[in-house]
Design a protein around this ligand. Structure first.
Ligand code: PLP
Length: 419
């Protein structure tokens, strides 16, 4: 019997969620990689797409493809209806008040850049931008650039050793100088879920703007922007079981109205003369050029798919995967988990004494197991934990308890072989 098999399986870990049936919706999962059934545990980097998403884009290109908002012919009207219909699906998914509050971007990165570069024009020297030590580079670098342009100062909320925001630190840093709180809902490396709702309330009480990076939150739980009361929220379609190349910036209408446009060009204008150009209304003011139409359709289909699932059952299933992984991790000699917050999504970052993370990744890949290794675009966080990088297994609802076991059986084998 392997060490893995000795781990206790409690009744609470067995849920009625029919994961095998769900897996049939994801054709990519049913393949062999390096002679073994694929175990895809790199969902934090990019999630797989259900057939309905793939087929929605196929159908769009087969029957409706044309440019949008041109209005001169039937295909153009259909493409516009598909495209604006997808925007409405995003609005409903986030429970935003109006669909003009949904701006299409290339992804989370571009969404944050839209806000940071816009605010850079009004920030003053000495103003403060508050981020946390666990941010992805996408929620650090745009703010550094904004700070450099405006003379504002970047302040960083420190962490504790479990990878949670250090108790009391946020309150200490928040002041009348804070102009924006830009915080990740969920850390891509640690899986930590931050108490963003409470933080937003505190930031708003002193008049600061708030932006939530929801890239790693939405794949695991629903987010209601009205309940959160954030001013801005960003996410990427490809992490949410939709296509690459598209994402969303949500903004309260008044905040978006006050923000200058990000790029100039077609679509974002009302009137152009050589003397002066005026901007289009929301959301088009932020959507210069031909947008990613088929991708919007695909994201709409991904949201339809998610809406049809029992999300509380999914959350329970994912938490059970996480508990199992945390239990099995204790049985791998020399393995240390990085990120052990009380509230976290099923992401397991780790190091194994004597093994480089990239070697772990390569050896797992030989056994058909896909994880991610490296700094995960969170170098300051790597510095905090004094590691060059980590190995990270990030789970989605289509992963199984058996796959968790396969991962840890493989890690035990690698540990025995190499250490
Ligand atoms: C928390 C977080 N924010 C932002 C991003 C950037 O997302 P994208 O590359 O899709 O723009 C990622 C991607 O991993 C992420 O995990």
């Amino acid at each position: 019997m392997t060490q893995v098999a000795t781990a206790t399986i409690t009744q609470a870990m067995i849920t009625p969620f029919d994961v095998q049936k769900i897996r049939e919706d994801f054709p990519i999962l049913a393949q062999q990689v390096n002679g073994r059934p694929l175990v895809y545990l790199d969902n934090g980097a990019s999630a797989q797409k259900p057939l309905s998403v793939i087929e929605s884009m196929n159908r769009y290109y087969r029957t409706d493809n044309a440019n949008v908002h041109r209005g001169a012919h039937t295909l153009g009207d259909r493409a516009t209806a598909d495209f604006e219909g997808a925007r409405e699906k995003v609005r409903a998914f986030l429970n935003a008040r109006e669909s003009r509050e949904i701006i299409w971007t290339k992804g989370t990165t571009e969404a944050i850049n839209v806000v940071a570069s816009g605010l850079a024009q009004s920030l003053q020297p000495g103003d403060e931008i508050l981020v946390s030590h666990m941010e992805h580079h996408a929620n650090i670098v745009p703010w550094q650039m904004a700070a450099e342009r405006s003379g504002a100062v970047l302040k960083v909320i420190p962490l504790d050793e479990r990878g949670q925001l250090l108790e009391g630190a946020f309150e200490t840093l928040l002041s009348s100088r804070t102009k924006i709180l830009a915080i990740t809902y969920v850390s891509n490396v640690l899986g930590t879920i931050n108490p963003v709702r409470e933080m937003i309330a505190q930031a708003k009480a002193i008049g600061a703007l708030t932006l939530v990076d929801a890239a790693q939150a939405l794949p695991h739980f629903n987010v209601d922007v009205q309940q959160l009361n954030c001013d801005f929220l960003a996410f990427s379609s490809h992490k949410l079981f939709g296509p690459t190349g598209i994402g969303v910036l949500y903004g309260k209408a008044n905040c978006l109205e006050a923000l200058p446009p990000y790029q100039g060009g077609g679509e974002m204008i009302e009137r152009v003369t050589f003397a002066k150009t005026t901007w289009n209304e929301l959301p088009y003011k932020f959507e210069a050029g031909t947008p990613a139409i088929a991708e919007a359709v695909g994201l709409g289909a991904a949201l339809d798919y998610l809406n049809a699932l029992d999300r509380p059952a999914i959350e329970l299933h994912e938490q059970n995967l996480l508990k199992r992984a945390q239990l099995l991790a204790r049985e791998v000699p020399g393995m240390h988990l990085i990120g052990t917050a009380e509230q976290k999504v099923p992401v397991v970052s780790f190091k194994i004494e004597g093994l480089h993370p990239s070697d772990i990744g390569t050896l797992l890949d030989q056994q058909g197991i896909a994880i991610r290794t490296g700094h995960h675009c969170a170098m300051p966080l790597m510095d905090f934990f004094a590691v060059p990088g980590t190995a990270r297994a990030s789970f989605a609802f289509y992963n199984t308890q058996e796959e968790v076991e396969q991962l840890f059986t493989a890690l035990q084998k690698i540990q025995r072989m190499c250490c």
